[in-house]
Write a protein that binds this ligand. Structure first.
Ligand code: UT7
Length: 330
């Protein structure tokens, strides 16, 4: 079977920077609390009129160009987001239309923080099997319109930000590119990190009472998520290495989902790898859920932190709970 590798990446960050200082004017919080507990100094919020699909399109244009392709060359696309432009249809078809692509298949993935890695695994399988040559994978989020920016929502809303990232996957020699994907879920924890509404089990799906009760905002059992994350990240990274007959010393860099700087530091400690081997950019963008890994990957490439032959591990944990890793020989 042929291999599958990432041919190009791109990212899109809305221009509006929201600092911790700005958040202190909207809720009872402090710059110190946010930096100490999360490592975040600022994040981006979109202006009205920009949806997750727009950030996805912007990131995709760059990724496709860097892959040396045009939108017409893309044969299938996967869009991962928890914040689609509308309840249905998903963002995939909006990207197809906005980019003037042929009537290719467009798949939406809803696994939140692991969405990009789930999407990448689909691209990997399709390309390796020869089903498609060029698959576009997008992770993009507009969190800012779904957060309670008052004191009642402060534990969630200081963490999340808006952004988009994309990667084009295409054929490679066997043994080069994506070596394996490892995907997990544990739905018994679904309610520990969720946005409950609109909800098809409610009649109607959304009502004034539900909105007044804030049931359309994301809620999170932060400590619970934290505890599971620091266990699952190292576990799924080790799983990837073992599956490929490698050890931690083979790793050039880990690019984790940017959940919280303390989680990233705990992962480095648990794996006993130097902190500089575990990439972090959360201080600039906060947690951008499905977008955080492709944004981080794009920055790593731009900063020259990934060279040909490097072993790169992408890893994520989040709502679902879901967790995943992707091991790549660059
Ligand atoms: O992408 C994956 C999804 N999410 C995550 O990975 C997040 C995982 N969890 C976390 O990152 C952390 O649990 C948080 C950053 C959310 C919270 O940090 P924590 O150290 O677990 O704090 P806590 O929730 O235990 O709250 C400590 C205190 C509480 O006050 P009391 O009860 O001790 O008086 C909170 O009310 O901090 C208070 N608090 C805040 N204070 C100022 C909560 N949010 C804020 C805030 N500003 N924004």
């Amino acid at each position: 079977m042929r291999g599958a590798r990432i041919l190009g990446t791109g990212r899109a960050l809305p221009p509006r920077v929201v600092t911790n200082a700005e958040l202190t004017t909207r809720m009872d919080t402090t710059e110190e609390w946010i930096v100490q507990r999360t490592g975040i100094r600022e994040r981006r919020f979109v202006d009205p009129g920009t949806g997750a699909s727009d950030l996805g399109v912007q990131a995709s244009r760059v990724a496709i160009e860097r892959a040396g392709l045009t939108p017409k060359d893309i044969q299938f696309l996967v869009f991962a987001t928890l914040s689609p432009d509308m309840f249905f249809p998903g963002c995939g078809v909006l990207v197809q239309e906005k980019m003037g692509m042929d009537t290719i298949g467009a798949l939406d993935v809803r696994t939140q923080c692991t969405g990009f890695l789930y999407g990448l695994s689909v691209a990997e399988a399709y390309v390796k099997a020869g089903f498609y040559d060029y698959v576009l994978v997008i992770g993009a989020e507009v969190q800012s319109t779904g957060m309670d920016l008052s004191t009642a929502g402060r534990d969630v809303s200081v963490i999340f930000g808006d952004g988009g990232g994309a990667a084009v996957v295409g054929p490679s020699d066997p043994g080069r590119g994506i070596l394996s994907s490892h995907l997990h879920s544990e739905g018994k924890y679904a309610r520990e990190l969720m946005a409950e509404a609109p909800a098809s089990i409610e009649h109607p799906r959304i009502s004034k009472e539900m909105i007044d009760a804030g049931r359309h905002y994301g809620t999170m059992n932060g400590r619970y998520v934290f505890t599971h994350a620091v266990r699952r990240f190292p576990e799924v990274i080790r799983e990837a290495l073992e599956a490929n007959g490698m050890t931690l010393s083979d790793l050039s860099i880990v690019i984790p989902h940017q959940a919280n700087l303390r989680i990233t530091q705990a992962v480095a400690k648990a794996l006993e790898v130097p902190p500089e081997k575990v990439f972090s950019n959360i201080e600039k963008y906060g947690n951008t859920t499905a977008a955080s890994i492709p944004i981080a990957l794009d920055e790593c490439i731009e900063e020259g932190r990934i060279r040909e032959g490097d072993i790169v591990c992408l890893a994520a944990f989040g709502s679902g709970f879901t967790w995943a890793s992707t091991l790549i020989r660059w």
